[in-house]
Ligand binder design. Structure first.
Ligand code: PAF
Length: 304
């Protein structure tokens, strides 16, 4: 596996390796969820590249950026083991040199939920992802459905700006108790880690209610809030039952609706989501997933 630090080095590598490329953008401290993206990229492209960059522009809270876990040697070993061909490891000054002053402002899809609770977050995400797309010139880029709104924002950007890279959403990977895999989980103490399972319990409780015939979205939100309230370490920021295209709150739930939440457990902010299936469909073990493996979204349109 090769590694490069600067945009110029990355462009030189790409010029020497022009084959079809799958890109996995990350902020590091990799887990099995990231590796599943690398493996899928490997299966669908001649070459696979990853980026590791804890993008300062998307952290609205400097303490959150400072506390973001890092372990580059471990990440490199994991990427090499998963068959990655190139890793891009820029420093902030490589991505935002002095004088940098151009930003991507995502539209309405970025306004609710994470956009409301983390002002400026999606401006930072969209800007860095556009830069990565331009630098890598990849055929496909892989993102986890755990960050459902991020995926929707990136899809909208790719569609609206005619980006040639296909945006591919991949299923959320979960621990045995349902907790969505996330680099942030490493910041949980043992007691917080077991409390964190409440997010998926709450999502699952709402899904069960939906499957049992409850279509009132406020009742589903109440079910999630009530389950979260049973866990004393959980502080709920929001729960949502939203339309899959707009991510705006629904009055009546529908197949495809996105159930999501942001919950603080101690000092760690966790997010998670599931997509409602049609009533009568039995969810697979481990929960509802999103895009079927192997199905790129050529028009970069659908959320899942
Ligand atoms: O999901 C992430 O890890 C980041 O938001 C991303 C897409 C790598 C952009 O910094």
């Amino acid at each position: 596996m090769n590694s490069v630090q600067t945009p110029a080095e990355l462009r030189a590598w790409r010029a020497a390796h022009p084959a079809a490329l799958g890109l996995v953008p990350t902020m590091g401290f990799l887990h099995e969820g990231h590796l599943s993206l690398v493996r899928r990229a490997k299966a669908e492209n001649a070459l696979v590249a990853a980026s590791i960059f804890a993008n300062p522009a998307q952290f609205n809270n400097p303490a959150d950026l400072a506390a973001y876990p890092r372990d580059i040697p471990r990440d490199l070993a994991l990427l090499a083991g998963a068959g990655c061909d190139l890793v891009f490891l820029p420093e902030p000054a490589d991505m935002y040199p002095p004088g940098f002053d151009t930003w991507v402002i995502p539209g309405a899809i970025a306004a609710p939920l994470e956009g409301e609770h983390r002002p400026g977050h999606f401006r930072g995400v969209a800007t860095v992802v556009l830069k990565l797309f331009n630098l890598f010139d990849a055929q496909r880029a892989y993102f986890g459905q755990k960050d459902a709104q991020q995926l929707a924002v990136i899809r909208s950007m790719a569609r609206d700006l005619d980006l040639p890279t296909a945006v591919i959403g991949c299923p959320t990977l979960r621990e045995a108790d349902g907790l969505a895999m996330s680099s942030r989980n490493s910041r949980l103490s043992a007691v917080e880690r077991s409390a964190a399972a409440v997010l998926y319990r709450a999502l699952s409780a709402a899904r069960r209610a939906w499957l049992a015939g409850e279509a009132d979205a406020e009742a589903l939100r109440a079910t999630m809030r009530a389950t979260l309230a049973e866990e004393p370490l959980a502080r709920t920021e929001y729960v949502s039952v939203a339309h899959p295209d707009s991510l705006l709150e629904l009055e009546r739930a529908m197949p495809g609706a996105v159930l999501s939440m942001a919950v603080n457990i101690g000092r760690t902010r966790l997010i998670d989501n599931i997509v409602l299936e049609a009533a009568g469909v039995i969810p697979p073990p481990g929960g509802i997933q999103s895009t079927a493996p192997g199905q790129p979204n050529p028009d970069n349109r659908a959320l899942s």
